[in-house]
Design a protein around this ligand. Structure first.
Ligand code: ATP
Ligand code: MG
Length: 210
């Protein structure tokens, strides 16, 4: 099976420090893969390159066999950044509907269904700054899942959640994979790693099997 996401020999330095020293990585459709690694090891830096927010100094990142620049925003790749990145001037429901609107689609019942499943169904008319961090994280996950992306990159999606909510988020990530999305999750959470099909680890700037 050809991979949805493929990275080859990706390098990225900040000043004198080479954070990514040659990352090779593949994620296929329907796979739920986790990425571990100590704080500061470069997981978020790697996700920025994989999602096209940042450019590698060298190496190649391909989404569906093409460079990321060939894919319009939210068309094939959805991102849940560690800092969540919700638009503060839009309501929660408008944020979740945004990737659909960017594709020229009208928001569907899926927007409210995702908010309901994540336990924030009553908060759709609020603005992100009126939510707790855990509520914002769930809103950002709903936004990432709304367009049924081919690739989902989720950076620490359970970092702000209480213990009871983690299985809900895990269930949605697994369902996305079952429906064919390639899911890559950076996390420190053992519960998330245990749920994965495959576990990776970022060590000295390279990705290895965990
Ligand atoms: N834009 C930047 N400019 C300078 N240094 C950066 C930049 N982005 C990341 N770094 C550095 O790269 C290293 C990796 O950071 P990164 O945020 O990717 O770590 P991480 O593995 O995601 O950590 P955490 O688990 O805490 O989220 C750190 O040393 C950080 O200071
Ligand atoms: Mg990080």
């Amino acid at each position: 099976m050809s991979p949805i996401l493929s990275a080859q020999a990706v390098r990225r330095s900040f000043g004198q420090v080479e954070v990514l020293t040659g990352v090779d990585l593949e994620v296929c459709a329907g796979e739920f893969v986790t990425l571990a690694g100590p704080s500061g090891s470069g997981k978020s830096a790697l996700f920025a390159v994989l999602s096209g927010f940042d450019s590698a100094d060298s190496g190649e990142v391909l989404l569906l066999g093409e460079r990321m620049s060939a894919h319009p925003a939210w068309q094939d790749c959805a991102v849940l950044p560690q800092v969540m990145g919700l638009a503060d001037e839009l309501t929660v429901a408008e944020n979740v509907a945004l990737p659909l609107r960017l594709r020229g689609e009208e928001p569907t019942a899926r927007v409210q269904e995702l908010l309901d499943e994540l336990g924030i169904g009553a908060l759709g008319d609020r603005y992100p700054t009126e939510l707790s961090f855990g509520q914002r994280q769930r809103a950002a996950l709903a936004r990432a899942l709304a367009p049924r992306p081919r690739l989902l990159l989720a950076d620490e999606p359970t970092a702000h959640l209480d213990h009871a909510t983690v299985p809900v988020v895990l269930g949605l990530l697994k369902r996305a994979a079952d429906e064919g999305t390639a899911v890559l999750v950076a996390t420190h959470d053992n519960e998330v790693h245990e749920a994965a099909h495959r576990r990776l680890r970022l060590v000295e700037g390279r990705v290895r099997a965990a």
